[in-house]
Design a protein around this ligand. Structure first.
Ligand code: DHB
Ligand code: MG
Length: 207
């Protein structure tokens, strides 16, 4: 219902999703409605420079690239060469590739070398590093920047991470880290839909 009535035909992103699936990428990109939401957030805050940590096949990247508009820039970080190859093919096919710069190595290494200020950072990578990624994003933010973190509910299993579930533990650590953080105002919203029961965290940089 949401996709068929509100989102309509979107050939560029649908093609990217098909190419990612055909290339064997895991089916863990954001949903079409979540992608549109990310695009709208960029538009609402007037984001011109966006950082994405975790490219996968570049599905969310395309929505962010739309959101920054003509002359805007998305820097996206991907550690896996196989994912990055598919993502680059998706960027080239989309017509939005000139707004997107991808760095292909461990995100923490890229983050150490990045400079400048980002209006929005979308974190959607390996969850055990969520705290590190937020702190790096904070270093690359200004007061008023927004940091969004994907997968902060994970069907509720962050409440009681199973032994060995390092992803759930990493995200749980994120909640503890941002709680009473002097520079962040935080909230999180749960979502149910095409990608199951999950949620996103929203962090506004206060100072
Ligand atoms: C997983 C990762 C994601 O970023 C996501 O959106 C869903 C699932 C995972 O690693 O299982
Ligand atoms: Mg995700």
């Amino acid at each position: 219902m949401i996709e068929s009535t509100l989102l309509g035909e979107d050939e560029a992103t649908a093609q990217a999703a098909r190419h990612s699936a055909a290339s064997g990428l895991p089916d863990i990109a954001v949903s079409p409605a979540q992608g549109r939401f990310l695009q709208m957030v960029c538009e609402l805050i007037g984001a011109r420079r966006v950082l994405e940590i975790g490219t996968l096949g570049g599905y969310s990247t395309l929505f962010l690239a739309r959101g920054v508009g003509v002359g805007g820039e998305v820097v996206t970080l991907e550690a896996k060469k196989t994912y990055a190859k598919v993502a680059q093919e998706n960027f080239d096919a989309s017509g939005l590739g000139d707004r997107i710069t991808m760095h292909i190595r461990a995100a923490l290494k890229s983050l150490a070398d990045l400079d400048g200020v980002f209006d929005l950072t979308f974190i959607d990578a390996d969850k055990p590093n969520n705290v590190n990624y937020v702190e790096h994003a904070l270093c690359l933010s200004r007061p008023g920047s927004l940091i969004i973190v994907d997968n902060v509910v994970r069907e509720g299993n962050i409440l009681d991470p199973a032994e060995g579930d390092e992803s759930a533990k990493g995200t749980r650590a994120l909640y503890e880290h941002v709680k009473d953080h002097p520079r962040l105002e935080a909230t999180a919203l749960q979502t149910v839909g095409a990608k199951g029961w999950d949620g996103m965290m929203f962090l506004r940089v206060k100072s």
